[in-house]
Design a protein around this ligand. Structure first.
Ligand SMILES: *Cc1c(COP(=O)(O)O)cnc(C)c1O
Length: 398
């Protein structure tokens, strides 16, 4: 019996990819091994984060990095770092920002539920631009001058949510912000692959960039990366780590700052509620370097075979299957299952619901249900579950 069965739970087949609701991506074997061996020993977390900082900086070609507990925590910590810089008084007061600038300018069209993580620091979002294209009330996207027009004495920085077609281009926003000495915090949680985004997004000059560790990188689900300018990452480091130490005995790693320049040791900061464990840090580094090395030809071929096996099983009247591969071959391919809902007599929503309700429960990608399409992502599907997945889909679609 597996661990989940012992707990009285039925294991599901996750055909919807590395979604957080279903526990994210599986950790590859070498990542799990790193996790296990790190859990078996002890080192000071500060020293471990210093190593992580160098390794992350190396991969992302930035000055400094930090392992956080998810990209969401990286956003909270990044915003906190921009709000406080090296001011211990401010660190102590967060999320109360009375008396210092706490506005972050963001394009209205880039707002999402994830920016709660930025606001959790005490930051206030100031929206610019409109969402005219979605409203079908105009042709223009957000423009760089709109950020500039919103800057004022209460502005602390800019938040930018990176996406392949995000507008205005990040480099333009960085240029405008830097003209006013304002830092830019980038949410790039799910923008991997392509691997090159690990260094190309920071190369725009963005001051802090946040990635998820538990999505495509396939590190522990609750890890993330904050990377960028050393002084800002250091401010995040100070507000995240446990501070129960005597100043005299404390020897913070020189990667982040010179102890001589500090006025003392701050108390626990806003990030103390977002700690990461040593095994998470080590596993994330292993996963990051594995991901950055690329070379996924074999993985892609295996994933494609999985989708072909399923598609072959679904040669049915009311169903049309299409395998979509990414142009650069860095992303896993996925399978679109287009339903003829009238012919089938059921909607894609109904089928999705039934797939979850059956045994074993099957979760497919649900982003295109309103177009009558189910999506199968191979990343989190166990090889041994493929025949079962194919037959459950066939049963529901016949
Ligand atoms: C997933 C995601 C996050 C949160 O990342 P976690 O690593 O799960 O904390 C933040 N922003 C965006 C755009 C995301 O897709």
């Amino acid at each position: 019996m597996g661990i989940y069965e012992e707990l009285g739970l039925e294991r599901i087949i996750n055909a919807s990819g590395a979604v957080t609701r279903l526990g994210g991506a599986p950790m590859p074997k070498e990542v799990l091994e790193a996790f296990r061996s790190a859990a078996g020993g002890t080192v000071p977390l500060e020293a471990l984060q210093a190593v992580a900082s160098r390794r992350i900086a190396n991969v992302t070609r930035t000055e400094s990095g930090l392992v956080t507990c998810g990209c969401a925590a990286a956003l909270t910590l990044g915003a906190a770092a921009i709000l406080t810089r090296d001011d211990f008084g401010r660190m102590e007061r967060l999320p109360d920002c009375d008396g210092f600038p706490n506005e972050f300018v963001i394009a209205r069209e880039q707002r999402s539920g994830y920016d709660h993580a930025v606001r959790a620091s005490g930051a206030q979002l100031v929206e610019v631009g409109f969402n005219e294209r979605v409203a079908n009330a105009g042709v223009r996207r957000s423009e760089a001058w709109e950020y500039e027009a919103a800057f004022g004495p209460s502005t602390a920085g800019v938040v930018y949510v990176f996406a392949p077609h995000a507008q205005p281009p990040l480099a333009e926003v960085v240029a405008v912000a830097h003209r006013h000495q304002l830092p830019v915090l980038v949410d790039a949680a799910g923008e991997l692959p392509p691997r090159s985004n690990l260094w190309e997004i920071p190369a725009t000059g963005a001051d802090l960039v946040c990635f998820s560790g538990g999505k495509a990188i396939q590190g522990p689900q609750s890890t993330g990366i904050l990377c960028g300018r050393r002084e800002l990452v250091a401010a995040a480091f100070l507000q995240m780590l446990d501070m129960d130490e005597h100043f005299d005995l404390w020897s913070p790693p020189s990667e982040f700052f010179d102890k001589e320049k500090l006025i003392g040791l701050p108390r626990h900061g806003i990030g103390r509620a977002m700690k990461v464990s040593k095994e998470q840090i080590v596993a994330l580094l292993t996963a990051l370097e594995r991901f950055a090395a690329g070379n996924n030809e074999e993985e892609r071929a295996t994933q494609r075979r999985v989708l072909e096996t399923i598609a072959a099983e679904l040669a049915l009247r009311a169903v049309a299957c299409r395998i979509i591969a990414s142009a650069d071959n860095e992303r896993p391919p996925h399978l679109e299952i287009q339903l003829d809902e009238a012919e089938l007599g059921r909607s894609a929503f109904d089928v999705c619901r039934q797939l979850r309700a059956g045994s074993p429960p099957v979760y497919v990608g649900h982003g295109q249900l309103d177009e009558g399409t189910l999506v199968v992502h191979p990343l989190c599907v166990d090889a041994e579950d493929v025949p079962l997945l194919a037959s459950r889909l066939r049963d529901e679609l016949t």
